[in-house]
Write a protein of this length. Structure first.
Length: 320
């Protein structure tokens, strides 16, 4: 397949074209995308996959710009993808403007792709997962996935990456900034960003608050203890320390086998969520089911029919 060869050769236009293909919902495009991904599968898996999360405005894009440029200087090649559930609603995109990644977006060894628009988080994450595989086949050795800290997108991103980075704002004494415990527990590394100027002291306070808080958290991997670092994405400080943590993380989890184990489990649960989504979508398109839906939905809305009974009736109709 020509496109596959071009991607493997590192042709960026071919990569962009392939990502457009996996983002398409047209049935023939889906088929082509599936064939392409299957062909490229042996060439995937060689990158380190990093998720970058944090509340809007914490500085994720600015951090990625600084971090990405730092990595490129060291000879790495960096792909940046995004999972943005808000784009499903507003049609916008967190990387749409690319303005916060001015230099990175145009760097030869970087590839920056905005979040795909989609109706469901499931649809958006599938496309990002597939794009990640394509970027790996194209030879990018560090993949960064930015996500806005809202809803379930953090879990979705943690489920497709090796290491999850949570960015925090400097805020002295604040009640853990309203970050949910579940999100904290996903973090393999916590970064207090904007540790510069007036905010340097507050950043130090936040750093020690969270270091203390981490003692009471369960870490995700037996062989990795999450830490907290401070950095400034605009002043370029603490950026190399972050990379050193990533290297240490990879070394520890490679040695213990947890990195591979985690990826294998991610792939398996992805298979099942794909199966579930595809089945529901087939079911919803079935003419017999379609005819039944308004009546069943109404009965459930009116409280006349238990949801479980309605569901079973739809499934029985679909199977018959
Ligand atoms: N002082 C200072 N400002 C920063 C730093 N990092 C980011 N900012 C500023 O914070 C603002 C938000 O930065 P972004 O990188 O767009 O934040 P984001 O988390 O990507 O935001 P969303 O994509 O909207 O969720 C911008 O005005 C940045 O210039 C930093 O390290 N220090
Ligand atoms: Mg951003």
């Amino acid at each position: 397949m020509l496109l596959a060869e071009q991607i493997k050769a590192g042709d960026r236009r071919a990569l962009a074209k392939a990502i457009t293909l996996v983002e398409s919902t047209r049935a023939d495009h889906r088929q082509q995308a599936a064939a392409l991904l299957e062909t490229l599968m042996p060439d995937t898996g060689k990158s380190i996959r990093l998720g970058i999360s944090g509340v809007p405005g914490v500085g994720k894009s600015t951090f990625i710009e600084a971090f990405g440029n730092h990595l490129i200087k060291q000879g790495h090649s960096v792909a940046v993808l995004a999972v943005d559930p808000t784009s499903a609603v507003t049609g916008g995109s967190i990387l749409g403007d690319k303005t916060r990644m001015e230099t990175l977006a145009f760097a030869e060894k970087a590839f920056v792709r905005p979040s795909p628009a989609g109706k469901t988080l499931g649809g958006v994450t599938r496309r990002t997962r597939e794009s990640l595989l394509l970027c790996e086949a194209a030879g990018f050795d560090v993949i960064l996935i930015e996500t806005v800290g809202v809803g379930q997108s953090e879990t979705a991103v943690a489920d497709m990456t090796d290491m999850f980075l949570l960015l925090l704002l400097p805020a002295g004494g604040d009640e853990l900034q309203g970050i949910k415990r579940g999100i904290m527990e996903l973090a393999d590394l916590i970064l207090v960003n904007k540790a510069d100027g007036d905010q340097a002291n507050a950043a130090n306070q936040t750093l020690s608050d969270y270091r203390a808080a981490l003692h009471f958290m369960k870490s995700r991997f037996a062989n990795w203890q999450p830490t907290v670092l401070a950095c400034s994405s605009t002043q370029d400080t603490g950026i190399d320390e972050v990379w050193q943590q990533v290297i240490a993380f990879r070394a520890a989890l490679d040695a213990s086998g947890e990195l591979q184990q985690n990826r294998a489990q991610q792939a398996r649960s992805w298979m099942w969520s794909e199966t579930a989504e595809a089945l529901v979508s087939d079911l919803k398109c079935d003419p017999k089911v379609k005819a039944l839906v308004p009546e069943l939905e109404q009965a459930v809305l009116d409280g006349k029919l238990p949801a479980t009974v309605a569901a079973q009736r739809m499934i029985d109709t679909f199977k018959s």
